[in-house]
Design a protein around this ligand. Structure first.
Ligand SMILES: *Cc1c(COP(=O)(O)O)cnc(C)c1O
Length: 459
């Protein structure tokens, strides 16, 4: 067995018992010097650098105990796909360069487009993640609606305060920062209020403005909430607005029954983003954007250069014509290989398990006296907090999350909803099982006791 294999074996062998999080101790600072010795270094020594200085500080995203933010995946079969993609170094950007690689990527997109029940005209591309995918969609919407710079000040975008921050970023990068942005009211579950949307759009039209873009979330980061995209779609249709759905976190739940019951109307979107490195359990580095009419994505991203004249193809889209990237990693392989090797069944089962585990946590956390939760989880994120009797709740919960980070058996993160501090459990890693959630509950109880004791003793 080679050295890398033995490292991997050890890493994965300990994954269920090692902590999911380690506080920073300054180990990382000791590793990197911006220079390389003239002489080679032994591989084993380099892996020791990883073991000692990288593997025990911060989050371990491969751990089933990563229940913070939105967890990623890291299935081993994708690493195998990357290995094959890297050794062969296939050029997947342009159809002419590697028809097979480009078609494999296009097929992955087509598979996702069908999952969303998009029409035949749909197309898209694999990106490095959800942020770039959202950017590509918003740029496409901008061009389709002819929002040139002169029109920006009167153009109106509608979203909620719960959209992922990469949407704000994309709006800014796309040169749309000076658009009017309306934050639509939300219901008690932090979902877009469609009546408020209709009212706002009507008001803006009356004022002579141009409503053109609505962004909904199919699974928000903070609370896992699903906006009523089906109802928003009719408002968009009536008012000729582009409907973009950010399903980076929630999209793949469409593969399981529990998810299908919650995710309604995604097929009505003009563009949609989904992250295989979240809901399909791939390692970081794969997002996707799909546009209802592939031609719109193409028109915003194609290029013509004299030195590329041999590469023009009329039969298949080239990924390079559908995103800002030209030369890029052959991403299709890390997605295609595991789906083929394992079949779809384990993916569907794992997604269903994540929703069940979130529901289990939701019930169990309420058995601890003093715990408060938001509404029943729609997907796999559960916000919760402790409400102390004679103490400041926000301060208490901030101390509690710090205590949880010091513990580290399971990693959780916190957020603020309307100025109230909430802690969250987000279940999406394929290695998270019932035993992980039980460990999480045990850890919460232990940390809660410690914080209570400390705060009542005033020490
Ligand atoms: C993760 C996430 C994003 C950003 O995607 P990256 O892959 O991290 O770039 C956008 N929207 C939602 C809802 C997400 O969960």
């Amino acid at each position: 067995m080679n050295t890398a294999d033995s490292y991997v074996e050890e890493f994965l062998g300990n994954i269920d018992t090692n902590k999911a999080f380690g506080l920073r101790r300054g180990e990382a600072e000791k590793i990197f010097e911006p220079k390389f010795p003239e002489q080679p270094t032994a591989f084993e020594d380099l892996l020791t650098v990883m073991r000692k200085h990288m593997d025990t500080e911060g989050i371990n995203p491969a751990s089933g105990g990563h229940l913070g933010y939105i967890p990623g995946g890291g299935i081993w079969y994708s690493a195998l796909g990357d290995y094959l993609a890297d050794v062969t170094n296939k050029y997947a950007g342009v159809f002419f360069g590697s028809p097979g690689a480009a078609m494999m990527e296009n097929t992955m997109v087509e598979w996702m487009a069908r999952m969303f029940d998009f029409p035949e005209t749909a197309g898209g591309t694999l990106t490095s993640g959800g942020s770039i995918a959202n950017l590509a969609a918003i740029v496409t919407a901008r061009d389709k609606h002819g929002i040139t710079s002169a029109k920006v000040p009167n153009a109106v975008i509608y979203l909620t305060r719960q959209v992922h921050h990469c949407i704000d970023k994309a709006i800014r990068i796309a040169g749309l920062a000076e658009c009017q942005v309306r934050y639509i009211q939300m219901d008690a579950r932090y979902r877009m209020d469609v009546d408020d949307l209709s009212r706002q759009v009507a008001k803006d039209k009356e004022a002579g403005l141009t409503p053109w873009l609505v962004v909904t979330s199919a699974g928000t980061t903070d609370t896992g909430s699903v906006d009523p995209t089906d109802k928003v779609a009719s408002v968009c249709k009536q008012n000729d607005m582009w409907l973009h759905v950010d399903a980076a976190y929630g999209g793949f739940f469409l593969l399981c029954q529990e998810g299908k019951e919650v995710l309604k109307g995604l097929h009505l979107a003009d563009s949609i983003v989904v992250d295989p490195h979240k809901g399909l359990f791939l390692p970081y580095g794969t997002g996707a954007v799909i546009v209802r009419d592939a031609k719109d994505l193409y028109k915003s991203h194609y290029y013509q250069a004299n030195y590329m004249q041999d590469a023009i193809s009329a039969t298949e889209y080239s990924p390079a014509d559908l995103s800002p990237e030209l030369t890029r990693h052959f991403r299709g392989m890390r997605m295609w290989l595991p789906l083929k090797l394992l079949g779809l069944k384990p993916f569907v089962a794992a997604l269903s398990e994540k929703i069940q585990l979130a529901r289990y946590f939701y019930d169990k956390i309420q058995e601890i006296p003093g715990m408060e939760v938001t509404d029943y989880p729609e997907l796999s994120v559960v916000p919760w907090r402790y409400v102390p009797e004679n103490d400041d709740a926000n301060e208490f919960n901030l101390e509690l999350i710090h205590e949880i980070h010091k513990d580290g058996r399971v990693f959780l993160s916190s957020t603020k909803l309307d100025d109230v501090v909430w802690l969250r459990v987000a279940i999406l890693c394929f290695r998270t099982h019932l035993s992980t959630v039980d460990l999480c509950l045990q850890m919460i109880t232990d940390c809660l006791d410690r914080v209570k004791l400390r705060r009542t003793n005033g020490s």
